[in-house]
Design a protein around this ligand. Structure first.
Ligand code: FUC
Length: 800
């Protein structure tokens, strides 16, 4: 019995799933028998969206490496100057000349195009390590016994425990979104045994003033590169014993029964074009810390857990696994070589970890999750730990809607809205077009221009792809106000850009993206498939949305262009879905990007049932690209195979990801650590269990044979529906559909191939349905709960 949709800690709706043959759910926990030595591979992440920390859990020295999402070098105020990547003089003539060359010659080497168009990025900046809170404990001669370091996903708390010299020590760590702080509690089972010294350790690319007063350590300064002011503070609170401020800015604790440390951090960053600066952070950080310090530890923990569990607890997954008596790193090593039930437990844990990571790195009021979520220990992280928008940022948010964490999309939506003003300048200066766009990547500072990486700099579809997140948020929620006031201006302006920027291909008169470049290989051409499919997706969404927001005239313009748009879907000479408009694909190409399958996922232009020939071609492409690749590439392919309804292949991809692209702390490795693979795979697992991209709710579309029985609750489908499912012997037994809005629900399920019933929960009344085969339709009412079950006589329903 588990709590679902908790209303508070005390009150929750109890899930009574009588039909389930499964055991009680396993605890969701990562655990290790030793402290972390390596940040990337072993430390455990906690986070509250804006704040993140990695827990090492050392016995004599505990390192709590921490981050605040807005601490970035580069941008306005940077020493070397900053221009958002957008040239002061229009470069649209240059773009046009490359386009004309492509019209005449067919293709151009990426290096040649880059020499004509690319630009050296100035002050793009890097996401920064904030620093470490270091706790040095007195060395004790006796050995450490029973050491355990864990991350409890149900509780949202990391924990370290061990015994030494007959004393049991325990440390709890959590990051609280409601209080905006990181909290650490250290206790012993005997009085007076907690003694340590606390210090900040900060990187040296900034000015730093360290001080301590009345148990409060404060670190303030500014980044040398751009003068961005920062502040971090830790309040040390003790129960018993003695607490002293140290001359070096640290705090010492001697002989306490327990200690609580509360950390707050912030910067002068503000998500606002063009200055991106707000007030000095000292006052806000101080006030936040003060507020939190006045609350008791149990009150802080309760507020955190009420907030966290209300979101995390919405989805439960049980694949029939049972946790082996192995630590998580050993379990990962055993994966695929041990008991199937242990494998199922690890897959479940990995799925829920993805949800945990998203919740911990993306909450309203801060920047979205970057390439490393919110966790970064370097001043020069890989790819700047930025926002790549030719797959990575979008992938971060794939699980948000489907795994019932729609609130985590908020930072992405704010971020996109803030990209529109600099994106308008980019559209104007680079392409001479209205609307907005951006290219390969962006930073915290509204970078919307070009960089000088030949094989990736020209990805003008990025804004259109980001606009998909806007429309998907609407499709899941059905929130008409959101669509009209937040999504529509972004979608409309992205479409305006393409209405102006598309060119007529003289070869066939179709509208194409030109210049166009399929990430991140091959040559420049006109009308690469991915470019066309993304614009197709945007235009389709705009045409659908226009009448809903009362902007029919614009919708008609876009419809007219959509009709002329090259759809970017061609089957090539070896049966593949072509990556380019010309049939250039090489069968031995195993490049990680499968961008030309955008139409299959995350698009909806290709579906197994609607466009079977194109789906078959997508299959040929996926086979030839192969399964082995970088972390995010494998994750993307899980989703693609799920859309092709091949559950066994999707699971094979997931297994490969776990075996070859997952670090002992279960973070995805590209390599190096890059969080998109975690998020993409989590979305992929949801996609295996439930799909809704094409207007019907497809129950268990890609169930692998290795998951014969299971249960999932709380998955979301487009059309504002929440779905609980049970299955056994590889087929669905029961689906419970919670309708959030009035409307027609179309359900595809193998349940309909035998006797079944559909009843309204509560009244038990049969529901009037229409349809045939595996698809049935019925009228749902807001707040209605509909129970579809196998095994009763069809006669009880009003269906055929
Ligand atoms: C894209 C990928 C790389 C890497 C980078 C952050 O450019 O092609 O593999 O993931 O983003």
């Amino acid at each position: 019995m588990r709590c679902r949709r908790p209303i508070g800690l005390a009150a929750c709706i109890v899930l009574l799933n009588l039909a389930s043959p499964l055991r009680a759910a396993e605890p969701l926990r990562l655990w290790y028998p030793a402290p972390a030595r390596d940040w990337e591979r072993e430390a455990l992440p906690i986070g509250s969206g804006s704040l993140g920390a990695m827990i090492y859990g050392g016995v004599e020295l505990d390192r709590i490496q921490f981050n605040e999402k807005s601490l970035w070098t580069g941008g306005p105020g940077a020493r070397a100057g900053y221009d958002f990547g957008v040239p002061a003089d229009s470069m649209s003539a240059k773009v046009r000349s490359v386009a004309q060359a492509l019209e005449a010659g067919g293709s151009m080497a990426a290096e040649t195009a880059a020499a004509r168009l690319g630009r050296r990025a100035r002050s793009f900046g890097d996401y920064q390590n904030f620093g470490e809170l270091q706790l040095s404990f007195d060395a004790v001669e006796s050995p450490v016994e029973g050491y355990r370091r864990e991350l409890d996903l149900d509780a949202g708390v990391a924990r370290v425990s061990y015994s030494q010299a007959g004393v049991r020590f325990e440390r709890d760590y959590f990051a609280s979104y409601p209080d905006g702080v990181i909290v650490l509690k250290i206790q012993a089972d005997q009085p007076g045994r907690v003694s340590f010294q606390a210090h900040f350790s900060l990187p040296d690319n900034r000015s730093a003033a360290l001080s301590s007063r009345r148990g409060r350590m404060v670190a303030t300064g500014a980044l040398s590169d751009n003068g961005l002011a920062y502040a971090a503070a830790v309040q040390v609170l003790v129960q018993g014993g003695e607490r002293n401020d140290l001359a070096d800015g640290g705090v010492s604790v001697r002989g306490a029964d327990a200690a609580v440390l509360i950390l707050a951090a912030g910067t002068a960053y503000r998500l606002h074009y063009p200055d991106y600066r707000g007030p000095d952070p000292r006052a806000a950080v101080g006030a936040r810390l003060e507020r939190a310090s006045r609350r008791s530890y149990p009150a802080l923990l309760e507020a955190h857990q009420r907030d966290y569990r209300a979101l995390f607890g919405r989805v439960t997954l049980d694949l029939g696994g049972s946790e082996p008596a192995l630590s998580t790193d050993a379990q990962l090593r055993q994966y695929g070589h041990g008991a199937a039930s242990a494998d199922r437990a690890l897959e479940t844990l990995y799925f829920q970890y993805g949800r945990y990571l998203l919740l911990s790195s993306s909450r309203a009021g801060s920047l979205p999750a970057n390439l490393q979520g919110v966790w970064n220990s370097s001043d020069t992280p890989p790819w700047n730990a930025d926002y790549h928008v030719n797959i990575n940022l979008q992938m971060n948010y794939w699980p948000a809607e489907s795994t019932n964490l729609a609130e985590t999309v908020d930072p992405l939506l704010d971020f996109i809205a803030a990209l529109v003003p600099p994106g308008r300048r980019a559209a104007q200066q680079i392409q001479g077009a209205p609307g907005w766009t951006l290219f390969l990547n962006t930073n915290a500072w509204g970078y919307t221009g070009l960089i000088d990486w030949p094989t990736a700099f020209w990805q003008p579809e990025a804004a259109a792809w980001l606009a998909q997140s806007e429309y998907e948020h609407y499709r899941y929620s059905g929130d008409a106000r959101f669509l009209r006031y937040r999504a529509w201006p972004v979608m409309r302006a992205a479409a305006q850009y393409w209405l102006a920027a598309l060119r007529v291909d003289p070869r066939d008169g179709r509208l194409v993206v030109n210049p166009s470049y399929s990430p991140e290989h091959g040559e420049f051409t006109a009308g690469a498939s991915m470019s066309q499919q993304i614009v197709f997706d945007l235009f389709t969404n705009v045409v659908e949305a226009a009448p809903l927001v009362g902007d029919r005239v614009f919708g008609e313009h876009v419809r007219a262009a959509l009709v002329r748009l090259d759809p970017g879907l061609r089957v090539g000479h070896w049966g593949q879905l072509q990556e380019w408009k010309q049939d250039l694909d090489v069968q031995s190409d195993d490049h990680r990007h499968v961008s030309h399958l955008f139409a299959l996922h995350p698009g909806r232009q290709v579906t197994l049932l609607g466009t079977p020939a194109l789906a078959a071609a997508a299959r040929v492409t996926l086979d030839s690209r192969g399964d082995a690749s970088t972390g995010w590439s494998r994750a993307w392919k899980i989703n693609s195979w799920a859309r092709l309804q091949d559950g066994d292949r999707a699971l094979r991809l997931l297994a490969g990801l776990l075996a070859d692209s997952t670090l002992p702390n279960l973070l995805d490795t590209h390599p190096p650590f890059q969080i998109d693979g975690n998020f993409g795979a989590t979305a992929g697992i949801a996609e295996m269990l439930l799909q809704s991209q094409d207007g019907e709710l497809h129950v268990l579309p890609a169930l692998p044979q290795a998951w014969p029985e299971g249960r999932v609750t709380g998955l979301r489908a487009r059309g504002n529906v929440t779905v609980d499912l049970n299955w056994s012997a590889g087929v669905a037994d029961r689906a419970e559909l919670h309708a959030g809005s009035d409307g027609l629900l179309r359900v595809r399920s193998s349940i309909f191939s035998g006797p079944w019933s559909l009843r309204e929960q509560g009244t038990g009344r049969p529901v009037a349905v229409s349809g045939s085969g595996e698809v049935r339709e019925f009228q749902a009412q807001r707040s209605g709960v509909y129970v579809l079950e196998r095994g009763e006589s069809e006669a009880v329903s009003l269906g055929e």
